[in-house]
Design a protein around this ligand. Structure first.
Ligand code: PLP
Length: 442
């Protein structure tokens, strides 16, 4: 075969850097979330892999982005299966060619309402919604400058790159740096500030109000990715912007239907005119088949449920706090997160992978290692995401497993103090985590 060695080399390079990715073969079972069946191939060292010989065991998932377990919620499952029975499977084409299935019309109304916006537009994924919108809107603004947080998600970076417009990167959540960039421009030059509400690898939150203030002062549009907040924050699941009463201060709110809402798809919400422009100009929207109607029906059910019920959100936050406290009490190196995302510092790609493997092999716990390029090199971590369905027994089992793994791999037990934080920052971990610090006898 031609050119195979190039591909081989490319994979070898990933393996040499310990960042070759292996996906766990998992089967979730309705009613038993966060448990799932994990399958592996039985291979003896020298034997050729026989994919028919597999072994299976039950594991506990601690890294799902189905944050609230809505993917197995009774009413969401019913909405999807009813819709499939009544309407069928696929959408039958792009909306341009084949029209819009009615559930998508309803879904877009639901989403506009969720964020208090005039209109919404649904895409096949959150990735596509960011990429399509950020590659299209800036082109419609003359000489547009895009100002982007350095930790923005790959889908935003791709979109910005594809727009071909000028861009400037501001240091993560750094208002002074953002203002410096804004102030250096002609106030009349069209600008878009693109950022996230909850940053998914650190669990920190953007200073949304201050960014909106700067946007007003310097004449910039605001674009926020609320992917890791919709469904989970705000009285109706409208995200951090709802919780802080700031949705009206942000021009475009983007979200996913695939994480807390437990289904699939992405969306943007904003003014009728902005939505109409993306609908009319974005190739990533126009030239691809719409979501299946059953997906839209399931998403509607999930959104409506979480609009009316805060139980899942409250349980979620409680479990998160209990998990943080349990890990903190064992002096495991929690990184300071203000949200439901719990990053555990490892700081080494090889050890991170080894810790993850050991948790799976010895403790039946699944936590995917987070390595470059998802996070910068040298900041590798385990990213733990509790759900309302993780019990206290699950938390205890997780804590014991992590302690054993840390001991086995000789990873340090010490409260994380952030390698580039100053002395005063060191006190803040327990504060930021809102944890109770138990004074030991000594
Ligand atoms: C996962 C993710 C996306 C993409 O959403 P999908 O619906 O999974 O395609 C966008 N932004 C952020 C910050 C994400 O973590």
């Amino acid at each position: 075969m031609k050119h195979q060695h190039y591909f081989e080399n490319a994979i070898d390079q990933l393996q040499a850097e310990n960042r070759y990715r292996v996906f766990a073969d998992l089967e979730r079972v309705v009613g038993s979330f966060p448990k799932a069946i994990y399958r592996t191939c039985d291979t003896n060292q020298d034997e050729v892999k026989d994919r028919t010989k597999t072994s299976a065991k039950e594991v506990t998932i601690w890294c799902s982005n189905d944050y609230l377990g809505m993917g197995q919620h009774e009413s969401v499952i019913r909405a999807m299966s009813d819709s499939v029975s009544n309407i069928g499977t696929g959408a039958g084409g792009t909306r341009n060619i084949s029209g819009t299935s009615h559930p998508i019309v309803e879904l877009e109304k639901e989403l506009a309402d969720l964020h208090g916006k005039e209109a919404a537009l649904v895409f096949t994924s959150g990735f596509v919604s960011n990429q399509a919108t950020l590659s299209t809107l800036p082109k419609l603004l003359p000489n547009c400058l895009i100002i982007s947080d350095e930790f923005n998600h790959a889908s935003m970076i791709e979109g910005i790159r594809q727009s071909g417009c000028a861009k400037k990167i501001f240091r993560h959540n750094d208002l002074e740096h953002l203002e410096m960039i804004l102030a250096a421009e002609d106030v009349n030059r069209p600008k878009i500030i693109a950022f996230e509400s909850v940053y998914s690898m650190d669990g920190d939150v953007a200073p949304i109000r201050e960014i909106a203030d700067l946007a007003d002062q310097y004449n910039a549009l605001t674009y926020i990715d609320e992917v890791h907040a919709v469904g989970m924050y705000g009285d109706h699941g409208g995200g951090i912007t709802e919780r802080e009463g700031l949705a009206h201060r942000i021009d475009i709110i983007e979200g996913t239907l695939a994480k807390a809402f437990g289904v699939l798809g992405g969306y943007i919400t904003g003014t009728r005119k902005i939505i109409d422009c993306v609908r009319s100009y974005a190739p990533g929207f126009i030239f691809t088949t719409a979501l299946p109607p059953a997906i839209a029906s399931a998403a509607i059910s999930s959104i409506q449920h979480l609009k009316n019920s805060s139980l899942e959100r409250e349980q979620h936050q409680l479990r998160v706090l209990e998990t943080k406290q349990a890990l903190y009490d064992e002096e495991l190196p929690l990184m300071p997160s203000q949200t439901h995302i719990i990053p555990l510092w490892v700081g080494d790609a090889d050890l991170c992978k080894k810790a993850s493997d050991r948790l799976m092999q010895e403790h039946d716990i699944y936590i995917q290692p987070i390595n470059y390029p998802t996070v910068p090199r040298g900041t590798e971590r385990l990213r733990i995401t509790p759900s309302p369905l993780h019990s206290q027994d699950h938390i205890k089992a997780l804590t014991d497993a992590l302690v054993e793994t840390w001991t086995f791999l000789e990873l340090p037990f010490e409260h994380y103090d952030g390698s580039n934080e100053d002395e005063t920052g060191k006190q803040s971990v327990s504060d930021q985590l809102q944890l109770v610090v138990h004074k030991s006898g000594g």
